[in-house]
Design a protein around this ligand. Structure first.
Ligand code: ADP
Ligand code: MG
Length: 184
C-alpha cells in the first residue's frame, strides 16, 4: 500500500497573505484528502521541538546557504561570521522560530497515494527563487538565502511539508492526537 499521510503547514507568510485557501485547493485538486486541520498560534517552545536539533539537519540547512553564497560569490565569513554549515544551521533555526511564531499557522494532515512525495512536488524547492513555476513556493515567493540571511531571518516559503514518511509520522504525532484525524 502506498496510501500515506503527510503534514502540511501554511506558514505565517501564507496565512497573512491570504493563501490558506490556495494551498488547500492545490492539494485537493490533485485528489489528496485533508483528514485533519486546525489553526494554532504556536509557542517558541513548540516550534523549537518541531524542527530537528541534530547536527545533520543543521548541516543540511546551513549547506543551502553555503550553496547559494558560492553561486553568487558571497563570502559566508564576511556575511555571517562563519562558514561552518552546522553553525549556520543553528542560526537559521533561531530565525525559523521567530518566523513560525509571528502569526497563527494552519496545520493539516493530508492523505493520499504517495502523499509525501506528491506534496513535496506540489510545494517545490525550499528556496523559492529556485522553485519551479507551478509549484506553491515558485508561484508565490522569490525569497532566497542571501536576502533572508542578510536580513537575519528565515526564508519565507509559504508552506511546510514533511520530507519523508518517517518524518511525516513524527510530525503528525507532534501536532495531532489520533482522534483529531478522521477516516472518511
Ligand atoms: P523544507 O521546508 O523544504 O523541508 P528544511 O527542512 O531544510 O526545508 O528547512 C526548514 C525551513 O527553514 C525552510 O522551509 C525555510 O523556511 C528555512 N530555511 C532552511 N534553510 C534556510 C537557510 N539556509 N536560510 C534561511 N532559512 C532557511
Ligand atoms: Mg524539512
Amino acid at each position: 500500500m502506498t496510501i500515506e499521510r503527510t503534514l502540511v503547514i501554511v506558514k505565517p507568510d501564507g496565512v497573512k497573505r491570504g493563501l490558506i485557501g490556495e494551498v488547500i485547493s492545490r492539494l485537493e485538486r490533485v485528489g489528496l484528502k485533508i483528514v485533519a486541520i486546525k489553526m494554532v498560534w504556536a509557542s517558541r517552545e513548540q516550534i523549537e521541538g518541531f524542527y530537528p536539533s541534530n547536527p545533520d539537519w543543521f548541516k543540511s540547512v546551513g549547506n543551502k546557504t553555503l550553496g547559494s553564497y558560492k553561486e553568487m560569490g558571497i563570502d559566508p565569513k564576511a556575511e555571517l561570521g562563519t562558514d561552518d554549515p552546522v553553525e549556520i544551521g543553528r542560526l537559521v533555526k533561531k530565525w525559523l522560530v521567530d518566523y513560525m511564531t509571528e502569526s497563527p499557522i494552519v496545520l493539516m494532515v493530508v492523505e493520499g497515494n504517495h502523499a509525501v512525495e506528491v506534496v513535496r512536488k506540489l510545494v517545490g524547492s525550499t528556496l523559492p527563487y529556485k522553485a519551479e513555476p507551478g509549484t506553491i513556493r515558485g508561484d508565490y515567493s522569490v525569497d532566497s538565502p542571501d536576502l533572508a540571511n542578510r536580513e537575519k531571518r528565515a526564508i519565507r516559503n509559504i508552506v511546510h511539508a514533511s520530507d519523508s514518511p518517517e518524518e511525516a509520522r513524527r510530525e503528525i504525532g507532534y501536532w495531532f492526537r489520533e482522534n483529531e484525524i478522521y477516516e472518511y
